[in-house]
Design a protein around this ligand. Structure first.
Ligand code: ATP
Length: 287
């Protein structure tokens, strides 16, 4: 099994008929271990949520080195604020990374944006033209391809661990699409299913490596170096959007990108405003 990624982009070409059973084989831990030196690798066939698993462990005791936990299936995948992340068995790259943190800065919500940049850049390098929706979604053609959930664990001695969960859709079945109830995207729109079935470990390793590099960079240098990288990938620059909190629209205006703290800059009727992540969600405004 190879850890390299053939950048075969087949935009516009219908995916070959590779059955979902091609994605049923358990993930191969030795391939991941070889591609991620210094990382404790765990693969499971099924779990509730890889983030919940790692949060429980790292709340009990911060790990000495990073942990990667990948699953074929999650039975209780989560988004922000307890929203559900739904996937059919084998249909997504599902993993969490636990990173022990030495500095308080990584408490900043901007770390979510940093992980989004890392994931999006890996996908773009492989020819998948993704963009980012502030704060934490990876979009393909305006539809959600991947979600990122960052959570912080503090152990009884006060040591902090950042737990980052990533779900990237590979393919979809109709029942899951119907259950999600909104437009979604899958990697097999751009990359051959056959390739995806053979390279799940390589993808997970590349995505994890990018985050394992980006987070310490952010901890050391702050969000400023990531600001232009996020803004290059931002899907809504110059577009009319609204910010929603608990179902209520709290602001609307033209999205201008993020500032050097990762706050969303909005040109509103009352002037320029910047919004921290908090519990806000961005929604495009109907034309
Ligand atoms: P926000 O803009 O606040 O991130 P969001 O609605 O995208 O809003 P998240 O918490 O990021 O919320 O993600 C959870 C949501 O993603 C779910 O409520 C559902 O609408 C959608 N979703 C669930 N499973 C998938 C999936 N496999 N692929 C794409 N979208 C999904």
């Amino acid at each position: 099994m190879s850890a390299s990624l053939p950048p075969t982009v087949l935009a516009g070409v219908p995916p070959p008929a590779v059955a979902p059973s091609a994605f049923a084989a358990p993930l191969h831990a030795p391939t991941l271990e070889a591609a991620l030196p210094g990382v404790l690798v765990e693969t499971v066939v099924s779990t509730g949520s890889t983030n919940v698993d790692l949060l429980a462990r790292t709340r009990a005791a911060a790990p000495a080195r990073p942990i990667l936990r990948a699953a074929l299936t999650q039975t209780a995948g989560r988004g922000r604020f307890g929203r559900k992340w739904l996937t059919a068995p084998g249909s997504a790259l599902l993993f969490s990374v636990a990173l022990p943190l030495a500095q308080a800065r990584a408490r900043s919500a901007a770390v979510t944006l940093v992980c989004g940049v890392a994931v999006a850049e890996v996908l773009r390098d492989a020819g998948v033209p993704v963009q980012l929706k502030w704060p934490n979604d990876v979009l393909l053609a305006g539809r959600k391809l991947a979600g990122i959930l960052t959570e912080l664990a503090v152990d009884p001695r006060g040591a902090r661990t950042l737990v980052v969960g990533v779900g990237v859709n590979l393919w979809f079945d109709e029942a899951t699409v119907a259950a999600i109830g909104r437009p979604v995207a899958t990697l097999d729109e751009c990359l051959a299913r056959e390739h995806l079935a053979q390279s799940r470990e390589a993808w997970i390793a590349r995505l994890a490596r990018a985050m394992l590099a980006a987070v310490p960079d952010f901890v050391a240098h702050g969000f400023a170096p990531f600001q232009p990288r996020f803004n290059r990938l931002f899907a809504y620059a110059g577009q009319q959007i609204e910010l929603v909190e608990h179902g209520m629209v709290v602001a609307q205006g033209e999205a201008q990108g993020v500032d050097a703290d990762g706050h969303l800059m909005l040109a509103t009727a009352a002037g320029a405003r910047a919004f921290g992540v908090g519990e806000l969600s961005l929604r495009p405004r109907a034309a």
